[in-house]
Design a protein around this ligand. Structure first.
Ligand SMILES: NC(=O)c1ccc[n+]([C@@H]2O[C@H](COP(=O)([O-])OP(=O)(O)OC[C@H]3O[C@@H](n4cnc5c(N)ncnc54)[C@H](O)[C@@H]3O)[C@@H](O)[C@H]2O)c1
Length: 257
């Protein structure tokens, strides 16, 4: 799939992995729509890379519809959909103080990470399906969703987050099968530990990050958002990548804690 001249919509595109992807796809000729809750960062990035910012809560049908409409309204065919909006949460099934996991928090993580990803995928795919195919295979577009290695080997305290990301992995094959009928590929990326603002700006953030890096095999460091973006672009550009879940993690395998 050639990015040049195509429109791309990126949820969570105002920060971290989504921001790096927005920069990379724009640099390779895509007209990018950044769909994110964070208006300040989103607008500033959009100004810098010539993208369009649409304030979007991925859990809201109307707002996602408006973001997709903005992508269609660029006049470039919408061909690329990247979901990177997401939130973290720590809490055990039974907490250390004996209380059960907060159900509202569990619902919130599922709502943003899993339902938000599906919400963008379904609305954007319907728009992509209305474009003309670009090649002899009948291809119209590509969807890349962001899960996590926590979907595959979640640690203690990650039950909500891992369930949300496991759901994204689980959608990959059936969504690819559904969308084959309209010429759309679907792939999922599972990042390990990538250096983004998701780890916070707290005073002990560096100490926390050093602990996270310890089990990385090689190279012994956090991943770079640009490395994630490069993989997303490869999944878009390589037409034979479909229904796949790919790790990008420096070989890390999460331990129980
Ligand atoms: N950084 C990592 O190590 C890592 C590892 C595995 C998976 N991930 C996943 O990658 C994705 C991006 O993470 P990141 O590290 O770039 O985090 P980040 O916090 O830097 O960026 C996340 C973005 O999502 C946006 N967002 C949050 N809720 C939203 C909502 N309801 N609607 C629209 N936008 C919303 C935020 O405003 C933010 O701009 C997340 O889904 C995260 O779970 C990250």
């Amino acid at each position: 799939m050639d990015l040049n001249g195509a429109a791309a919509i990126i949820s969570g595109g105002a920060s971290g992995l989504g921001e790096a992807t927005a920069r990379d796809l724009a640099a390779h000729g895509a007209t990018v729509v950044v769909a994110d809750l964070n208006e300040e960062r989103g607008k500033s990035l959009a100004g810098e890379i010539g993208a369009i910012f649409v304030k979007t809560d991925v859990t809201d049908e109307r707002q996602v519809g408006e973001a997709v409409d903005a992508a269609v309204g660029t006049g470039r065919p919408l061909r690329v959909v990247v979901s990177s909006a997401g939130i973290g949460w720590a809490g055990r099934t039974v907490n250390r103080d004996g209380s059960p996991h907060d159900l509202a928090a569990y619902r919130k993580v599922i709502e943003v990470n899993l339902i938000g990803t599906f919400n963008l995928m379904r609305i954007a795919a319907a728009a992509v399906a209305g474009t003309e195919p670009v090649d002899a295979d009948g291809q119209r577009g590509v969807i890349v969703n962001t899960a996590s290695v926590a979907a595959l080997e979640g640690q203690t305290g990650q039950v909500a987050y891992s369930a949300s990301k496991g759901g994204i992995v689980g959608m990959t094959v059936p969504a690819a099968r559904d969308l084959a009928a309209v010429g759309i590929r679907v792939n999922t990326v599972c990042p390990g530990i990538i250096d983004t603002p998701i780890y916070g700006f707290a005073a002990n953030a560096e100490e926390f990050k050093a602990k996270l890096v310890a089990p990385v095999v090689f190279p012994k460091r956090m991943g770079l958002p640009a490395e994630f973006a490069q993989l997303v672009r490869a999944l878009i550009e390589n037409d034979y990548m479909n229904a796949e879940t790919v790790r990008i993690d420096g070989g890390i395998r999460f331990q129980p804690k």
